[in-house]
Design a protein around this ligand. Structure first.
Ligand code: SF4
Length: 226
C-alpha cells in the first residue's frame, strides 16, 4: 500500500483488542462513535491526479462498519478509484462488503477479511459491534467464488482459540481461501489492561498450531505487520 484511505475516523465495531485509539491518540469511548468524512470522495478525486500507487482502504478504521450501509462513503470512493484505474488493498471484518462485490470484481485489488475465531460467544465479547464469524467466513467464500483476490486476516490470535485451532482452520479452509495473514496481539498498555480484565491474552501456541493445521490444509500462512 502506498496511500491510506479511511472514510471514517473511529469504529463502531469496538474490538477490545483494537490499538488504533492508542495510535491515533483517541479516547476509547469516543473511538467507538464513528465520525464520517462526508466530502472524502470529492477530495479523493481532486488528489488522485497527483499520485500513483496502491491505495490502502481501512488501514485504521473499518470501511464497512454499520454506518457505511447508510452513508456509502466507501462505495463512493471505490467508484472514483475504479474510474481512475487505481489498484486497491482493502481490509474489513464486515460482510457489508458483499454489497459492492460487483464493483470489486471489476477492480484491480486485494481484499483481507479478518476472522479471529468461530465461536459467537467470544466474538460478542471481543468484537461486539462486528458481524459474527459465520458471516465473515461466508463473505470470504463469496469473494473467492467471484474470483476476487482475497485472504483471511487471522489476528490477533487470542487464547480462546487454544484447543480449537483445527476446527478454526477447517472453517477457514471451507471458504476456499488459499492464504492466511496471521497477526499476533499488539500489546499496548491500555489494551493489555482491558484484555487482562476479560482474561484474554495473546497465544503463541495457538499461532503455532494454526500454522501447522493450515499447512496441512494447503493454505499458505504469512506473518503480517512484522
Ligand atoms: S474493526 Fe478494526 S478498527 Fe474497528 S474496532 Fe475492530 S480492530 Fe479497531
Amino acid at each position: 500500500m502506498d496511500y491510506a484511505l479511511n472514510p471514517y475516523s473511529g469504529c463502531a465495531h469496538g474490538c477490545v483488542y483494537c490499538y488504533a485509539p492508542e495510535v491515533t491518540h483517541a479516547e476509547w469511548g469516543g473511538w467507538r462513535i464513528p465520525k464520517a468524512k462526508m466530502n472524502i470522495a470529492r477530495r479523493l478525486a481532486l488528489e488522485l491526479p497527483n499520485i500513483e500507487g496502491v491505495i490502502g482502504i481501512g488501514t485504521v478504521t473499518d470501511p464497512y462498519q454499520p454506518v457505511e450501509s447508510e452513508l456509502e462513503l466507501t462505495l463512493q470512493c471505490l467508484k472514483v478509484l475504479k474510474d481512475r484505474g487505481f489498484r486497491i488493498h482493502m481490509h474489513t471484518k464486515s460482510d457489508l462488503i458483499l454489497r459492492d462485490i460487483g464493483l470489486l470484481s471489476e477492480m484491480d485489488g486485494t481484499i483481507g477479511i479478518t476472522v479471529t475465531g468461530i465461536e459467537e460467544r467470544e466474538s460478542k465479547m471481543t468484537e461486539p459491534g462486528a458481524p459474527m464469524p459465520s458471516r465473515r467466513l461466508e463473505a470470504i467464500r463469496e469473494l473467492v467464488d467471484a474470483g476476487i483476490d482475497v485472504y483471511a486476516l487471522v489476528g490477533p490470535v487470542l487464547n480462546h482459540l487454544e484447543g480449537r485451532e483445527d476446527a478454526f482452520v477447517d472453517a477457514v479452509a471451507d471458504t476456499g481461501v488459499k492464504l492466511i495473514y496471521m497477526d499476533s496481539l499488539n500489546s499496548r498498555p491500555l489494551l493489555s489492561e482491558r484484555l487482562a480484565r476479560m482474561r484474554f491474552r495473546g497465544s503463541p501456541s495457538a499461532e503455532r498450531r494454526i500454522n501447522e493445521s493450515a499447512e496441512a490444509a494447503g493454505i499458505e500462512v504469512r506473518p503480517v505487520f512484522r
